[in-house]
Design a protein around this ligand. Structure first.
Ligand SMILES: Cc1ncc(COP(=O)(O)O)c(C=O)c1O
Length: 351
């Protein structure tokens, strides 16, 4: 049976160019990265820093580790940090900011990832008050996963930067899919990253590497992050094997390929919108399509039925199914999937 896997862009496998890169490797391109001697990792970190517009960069094992080393490097235990209420750090990183960072997490509401600055201002604690924890960092997510791959535009990031500066906060960006945002806006990624103190982006999502993420910021920030990465068990040795995939992934042509995923997401959304069912399809900014049921369905039953038709997806609430387009899903797979999803919903009995 044909399987179309919309569960995440993390299911992607390396491209032929990535495999060619691996085939051309030899021992001279590897060294011990914990002591800074892996030439391929060093090359990737330099290349990533340049592309993302920061002084320095660091290869980490995952987006989760990258976000955590960024928080640890820019805060102290007992500080309060401001995070968007549906962001990945709050809901999907196992509470690491609290458990490992000793951080108080205060969430802010948003409109598809975009907060009200007035509301944020109300959340800032009084430094002078003996009772209150110090607010020291704000984080945003771009694109915003659980808001359907929503893009935060440069002017929003600029406003957040001004807010952060006014209140002496560090500004971290969970940019797991920052290149989707840049490609979606048809802008240089540095237009988005120039406003933040630290950024994490993933190599292992739409860029389709098997493993790895990048953290970037000032040289001082990266030297702290390197130490925290070691603390978290992320010091890898001949990590050039991993980094070589990343070198291909951040080539301009490979970043531009994300356009294909965005086109496919739009096609999927258009197809789903034509269904006569009590559902709402959220317009995708990038590569994530959210199908929302207007009545509360037995969502896991629907997912199981989709699975039987070869359509794999995840739920993100008891009313929403998320479909993620990515490398390996082609335009003709989209029409095929729309037909399969229609069959399942036509059979479903909404009570
Ligand atoms: C927005 C966002 N941030 C961070 C992560 C964490 O990345 P990883 O799965 O590599 O830990 C994800 C993963 O899906 C994500 O969607």
């Amino acid at each position: 049976m044909k399987i179309i896997d919309f569960r995440s862009d993390t299911v992607t496998k390396p491209s032929p160019e990535m495999w060619n890169m691996i085939k051309s490797m030899n021992n001279s391109k590897l060294g011990d990265d914990v002591i800074g001697e892996d030439p391929t990792v060093n090359e990737l970190e330099e290349k990533a820093a340049k592309i993302i517009g920061k002084e320095a960069a660091l290869l980490v094992t995952s987006g989760t580790q990258g976000n955590l080393v960024s928080l640890l490097s820019q805060t102290n235990p007992g500080n309060e940090i401001l995070l968007e209420e549906k962001c990945h750090i709050v809901g999907h990183e196992v509470g690491s900011a609290a458990r490992i960072g000793g951080l108080m997490v205060r969430t802010y509401p948003s409109n598809r990832g975009v907060p009200s600055i007035d509301h944020l201002q109300d959340l800032i604690r009084y430094k002078e008050d003996i009772h209150e924890p110090a607010t020291t960092l704000i984080s945003a997510e771009n694109t915003h996963n659980f808001h359907g791959g929503a893009i935060l535009k440069p002017e929003i990031l600029r406003d957040l930067k001004n807010f952060a500066q006014k209140n002496e906060l560090k500004f971290h960006l969970d940019g797991a899919r920052i290149f989707n945002a840049a490609v979606g806006l048809n802008t240089d990624v540095t237009e988005l990253t120039k406003h933040v103190d630290s950024i994490m982006f993933c190599l292992s999502k739409g860029l389709s590497c098997p493993v790895g993420s990048i953290v970037a910021g000032s040289k001082e920030f990266i030297s702290k992050a390197r130490k925290f990465r070691k603390m978290l068990g992320g010091g890898m040795r001949q990590a050039g094997i991993i980094a070589s995939f990343g070198l291909v992934a951040i080539e301009p042509n490979w970043i531009k390929r994300l356009e294909e995923d965005h086109r496919n997401a739009k096609l999927l959304a258009e197809g789903l919108k034509s269904f006569e069912h009590p559902i709402k399809i959220h317009n995708p900014d990038t590569n994530i399509v959210i199908l929302e049921f207007l009545k509360t369905p037995k969502i896991f039953k629907i997912l199981t039925e989709l699975g039987k038709e070869g359509i794999l997806a995840f739920t993100i609430s008891n009313k929403k199914i998320r479909f993620v387009t990515h490398y390996g899903i082609h335009e003709d797979d989209i029409q095929y999937s729309i037909d399969k999803i229609r069959n399942v919903l036509n059979r479903y009995n909404y009570e």
